[in-house]
Design a protein around this ligand. Structure first.
Ligand code: C2E
Ligand code: CA
Ligand code: CA
Length: 420
């Protein structure tokens, strides 16, 4: 039977005491003028003339503008179009501007919001306050009728030197507001913490701690994702070195989107971070996030083989969920499989899940790979995984991802005791 002791409280205020020196992101944000159509604007109004003049005002090639008078269409476009700016009218017949703001709040929209209305300034001011209290970024309010110049003054502030979501993400990265938290990986034989997965978190000034779903967009250009992932890599290797300096030899896993792995400088950036921080290459695990759109196995393999030859490890994340899981295994120099949470949850209750997990564990071992169960939430699941012979586990039953100092406290207290 497994016993868990949890003496450490996860105190967010400890972050300030983490004590790591401030550094700049390894990859610098591009300062060039954005490419054509890069600034995406989505506008909703029931007045077609307003939408038309808005689209005219933003007709420069810098902008891509979508307009709609339908709330449902607007909702759909939020995810698909992924706008930098949302312009909304306040008074509309079926759903009004407040409904729009509610949707944006619920979806944790991180772009800019512009509110327009024919109503007087008082109403606009209080709407601005409400939106800010929802954690939304209000770029400005437009009193109707407005001139193209007034709109452009807000959207194109300082000739394109704008504060869109991407630039805020970049700033948060360099200010360490976005940085990795660390979820412990536990050796299922001993109960010891043997490593961690670095998971990106944003300490947002208005919204508190954000998970990556709120700001990591797969549709963002690869260069932007690379800045994010490489900065997380930089912080994670730095933390690995810090652990090493206090006598804790931990393996640290870092997540990478496939398009980042495909970037030309990927092997060099990873090897450089490992060398600069003086950690042995085998302490670093690249986690390849399953991405159904990438079938470029040959190119991925080329970049990853270089790192595997150095000694860096490669884990296939969410194993079993993509239709190409086995192809990945066939093509890539894998050293670890991470069993997706969907198979691990309910493991002790579902004989199907148990059979799937058992065969993934067997498959991994016959390929001389280690195997990690993700999303372990119950003691019963730990017992089942130990019986199957799964090597490692991570999940809320042990700990969520925590900040540096809490992770160090966890490692020192070694709270997970297995009594078999
Ligand atoms: P993932 O790599 O599969 O990470 C595991 C996710 O499951 C994390 O969500 C983690 O907080 C959550 N989790 C851990 N244990 C449990 C559990 O017991 N139960 C449940 N229900 N969930 C658990 P998170 O941090 O929100 O990350 C979501 C995804 O975002 C990650 O999924 C990963 O694909 C991506 N991601 C995170 N950090 C990075 C990064 O630095 N770069 C890239 N490219 N992707 C990242
Ligand atoms: Ca992962
Ligand atoms: Ca995963």
């Amino acid at each position: 039977m497994v016993k868990l002791v949890q003496p450490v409280s996860f105190d967010e205020s400890e972050i300030a005491r983490a004590g790591l020196a401030r550094i700049e992101p390894v990859a610098k944000p591009h300062r060039d003028r954005p490419a054509e159509g890069l600034i995406k604007v989505l506008a909703i109004d029931d007045d077609g003339d307003i939408l038309e003049s808005l689209a005219d005002a933003l007709s420069a090639s810098l902008y891509t503008v979508k307009t709609t008078n339908s709330f449902e269409h607007f909702r759909g476009q939020l995810g698909d179009f992924d706008p930098d700016f949302i312009v909304t009218d306040l008074a509309m017949p079926t759903h009004d501007g407040m409904d729009v703001l509610h949707v944006l709040r619920d979806q944790a929209y991180t772009g800019e919001v512009i509110v327009m209305s024919g109503k007087d300034g008082h109403i606009l001011d209080s709407v601005r306050r409400v939106a800010t209290s929802y954690g939304l970024n209000v770029a400005g309010v437009l009193r109707k009728p407005f001139t193209p110049e007034q709109l452009l003054a807000i959207v194109g502030r300082n000739g394109g030197e704008r504060s869109t979501e991407d630039s805020r993400v970049l700033r948060a990265l360099s200010d360490r507001k976005i940085r990795p938290y660390f979820q412990p990986k536990i050796d299922l034989k001993t109960g010891r913490i043997v490593g961690a997965e670095a998971l990106s978190r944003w300490h947002h000034p208005n919204r508190g701690l954000l998970n990556p779903q709120a700001y990591l967009k797969s549709k963002r250009p690869a260069s932007k994702n690379a800045i994010h992932d490489f900065t997380i890599l930089e912080r994670a290797t730095e933390f690995c070195a810090k652990l090493q300096s206090i006598g804790q030899d931990m393996k640290i896993a870092v997540n990478f989107a496939a398009d980042v792995v495909l970037s030309d400088d990927f092997p060099e950036v990873v090897a450089d971070a490992q060398r600069r921080h003086g950690i042995p290459p085998e302490r670093l695990i690249i986690e390849l996030t399953e991405d159904e759109t990438t079938e470029k196995f040959e190119e991925l393999a080329e970049r990853l083989v270089k790192l595997r030859l150095l000694g860096v490890e490669l884990a296939i994340d969410d194993f079993g969920t993509g239709h190409s899981s086995l192809s990945r295994l066939q093509h890539l120099p894998v050293s670890e499989l991470k069993i997706d949470r969907s198979f691990v949850s309910g493991l002790d209750e579902s004989s199907t899940n148990l059979a799937i997990v058992r065969s993934i564990v067997d498959l991994a071992h016959s390929l001389h790979c280690s195997v990690v169960a993700e999303g372990v939430e119950t003691i019963e699941a730990i017992d089942a995984l130990r019986q199957i012979g799964c090597d490692m586990a991570q999940g809320f039953v042990f700990s969520p991802a925590v900040n540096d100092s809490t992770f160090i406290a966890l490692v020192r207290d070694s709270p997970f005791v297995f009594q078999s």
